[in-house]
Design a protein around this ligand. Structure first.
Ligand SMILES: Cc1ncc(COP(=O)(O)O)c(C=O)c1O
Length: 401
């Protein structure tokens, strides 16, 4: 069967991600992987989930096993609206839709907002899955640099001024960004909302990591500064509870949410009713807050071990971000080293990372890498960074020879 010519124009543009291929390789048991963005398997609250699941089956099986409404389980929507208040977001449960992961939010949002060649501005670097979801609807991209304070809003404005038409939307992961680990400061959040007003574009605020803060002062969501309804906010239970459950939420302006629900209906009818009830019961018992406190401690320790190991084992000429939360940090090696080419050597040492160039829409910054500190055990973080340091040292020596 010949398939290529049958694909829609849209599907022809979809390419296998080389990172997914890489992640398969890094799943070999003897490789210390800093590549995937996975929560620690030790973090899952299995006993509590088993108990809560039994409770749901004994008390609400008929509803839990039935189709649900497309917008989600009403009590969970209420809970998400309440949960988002600590980020300064003033929403009602009607502004919330429960989705099968933030990835679905990004897909459906792109589906309803993006026409072919619409301009979307993203961060450089940006979350690969976000780029993939937006690219699937044939958007064009422009990227704006970040520094330690997040997306550089003055550069964003310069970029927009040079455009014939303003962008349709700006996609940002403002807190403990994937991949760079940096956080957009509050001043820039306000500036971004003002710019969105001035140039009439929409902001997608993707916030999976906001609850995973280990140091520093909490910042309000970008959505907290939005009084026009132009910020679409999405967050997820993947990193604070379980990615396998596939539960997230989106908060938006009323007309947007109405359209979102229509689009979601033809995508999946409804989000899994069973797991929504389990999660709600888990939250209702206040278990989620205790759980987040536990994983914060766990990940803070891992972050600190990685930072200390980098100091100890990475050679001179390397630098890295020092994130206050999330799961990632971003490292730079000397400019003459291409981290994509170096990957073969790293795999020989049985350690893996993701080459930074993969996260840029224009593929630049070949001397960078993303390191995830949440997944490997504490001992393996130290050993993995030691091995990676050796690999970089060899590259430096080979260059100087
Ligand atoms: C920035 C960002 N957005 C969205 C997602 C997807 O999250 P979910 O599991 O809720 O689909 C991830 C997962 O790594 C992410 O890092």
């Amino acid at each position: 069967m010949e398939w290529e010519s049958r694909y829609s124009e849209r599907a022809r543009g979809m390419k296998a991600s080389e990172i997914r291929e890489l992640l398969k390789l890094t799943q070999q048991p003897d490789i210390i992987s800093f590549a995937g963005g996975l929560p620690s398997p030790d973090s899952f609250p299995t006993v509590d989930i088993a108990e809560v699941t039994t409770h749901v089956m004994l008390t609400a099986a008929e509803e839990a096993l039935q189709y649900g409404t497309t917008d989600g389980y009403s009590r969970l929507r209420e809970y998400c609206s309440y949960w988002s208040k600590k980020e300064g977001i003033d929403s009602s449960p009607e502004d919330v839709v429960i989705t099968s992961g933030s990835q679905q939010t990004l897909d459906i949002t792109s589906k309803i907002l993006i026409d072919k060649n619409d301009m979307v501005i993203v961060e450089a670097p940006s979350y690969l899955g976000g780029l993939g979801a937006i690219r699937a609807y044939q958007a064009s991209f422009t990227a704006v640099k970040m520094d330690d304070d997040g997306m550089m809003i003055d550069q964003l404005e310069e970029t927009i001024k040079k455009m014939e038409t303003p962008p349709k939307m700006v996609y940002t992961v403002p807190t403990f960004q994937n991949p760079a680990g940096v956080t957009m400061v509050e001043k820039r959040r306000k500036q971004l909302v003002d710019l969105a007003h001035d140039y009439d574009f929409v902001i997608i605020e993707d916030n999976p990591y906001g609850d995973l803060r280990y140091s520093g002062t909490p910042v309000k969501a970008i959505k907290a500064f939005d009084d026009e309804g132009r910020v679409i906010y999405t967050s997820t239970f993947s990193k604070i509870f379980s990615p396998g459950m596939r539960l997230a939420w989106v908060i938006g302006d009323e007309p947007f949410i109405r359209k979102f629900i229509i689009a979601k209906q033809s995508t999946d009818l409804c989000t899994n009713s069973f797991v929504q009830r389990i999660l709600y019961e888990y939250c209702r018992r206040d278990l989620i807050e205790n759980h987040i406190n536990l994983i914060r401690e766990m990940y803070k320790e891992k972050r600190d071990i990685m930072l200390k190991s980098l100091e100890e084992y990475f050679p001179e000429g390397c630098s890295w971000t020092k994130p206050d939360g999330g799961l990632f940090l971003w490292a730079r090696v000397p400019e003459y080293i291409d981290t994509k080419n170096m990957m073969g050597e790293a795999i020989k040492e049985r350690v893996a990372y993701v080459q930074g160039a993969a996260f840029f829409v224009n593929g630049s910054e070949t001397n960078t890498m993303r390191l995830c500190f949440s997944y490997a055990s504490n001992e393996k973080i130290q050993e993995g960074i030691k091995r990676l340091g050796r690999v970089i040292e060899r590259e430096i020596k080979a260059h100087k020879a």
